[in-house]
Design a protein around this ligand. Sequence first.
Ligand SMILES: C#CCCCC(=O)N[C@@H](Cc1ccccc1)C(=O)N[C@@H](CC(C)C)B(O)O
Length: 211
Amino acid sequence: TTTLGFKYQGGVILCADSRATSGQYIGSQSMRKVVELTNYMLGTLAGGAADCVYWDRVLARECRLHELRYKSRMPVDAAARIMCNISTEYKGMGLAMGMMLAGCDDEGCKLIYVDSEGMRSHGSVFSVGSGSPYALGVLDTGYRWNLTDEEAYDLARRAIYHATSKDAYSGGIVRLYHINDKGWKNICNTDCNDLHDIFCEETTSNDDQAH
Ligand SMILES: C#CCCCC(=O)N[C@@H](Cc1ccccc1)C(=O)N[C@@H](CC(C)C)B(O)O
């Protein structure tokens, strides 16, 4: 898996691949690793597939119950703390999860990393999963706060694409989401092979073809 998230002037960007593997076997090329927790909060999944998918659903239920009981949004920090408490409760029992929670509440846009070791930290740029070293190489080079929306989308897609090229455990579809104070939006779901044609286009003109 390769997942990334970063905050910038336009809100928060989340992007992830869609491959599930078991050793060298590819179990799925269409996993949803950016998950919709509420209308205003998204999460990303990396690590054990069952662990991530199961506890993400538990968290989504807690968010909905909060809205029903208190008629107000679940703050992103509160959701992160719930996931952190779950991780702490099961620490040492083998859970393997590396997640990001992102959303914009009345305190502004938040990006929080949470994992099954009990880590919980706020940040502006994160990448989580087996392909994260490759993604960070692209991301840290191109990241700045004042990116335009289109530049942010392009940077996220490039970072995930290059990770899928190098990391055998990442691949499939690059799913890109944008969150701001109006909510979240799925910008695109692009197959890695199509991104190859965009990011690695060969200049084909007659003289070039005479290699
Ligand atoms: C194939 C298949 C069934 C899924 C097995 C399964 O959990 N694969 C894991 C890798 C892993 C992890 C821990 C133990 C063993 C295998 C996987 O693909 N994780 C991806 C994210 C999830 C959400 C899809 B990614 O982190 O690579």
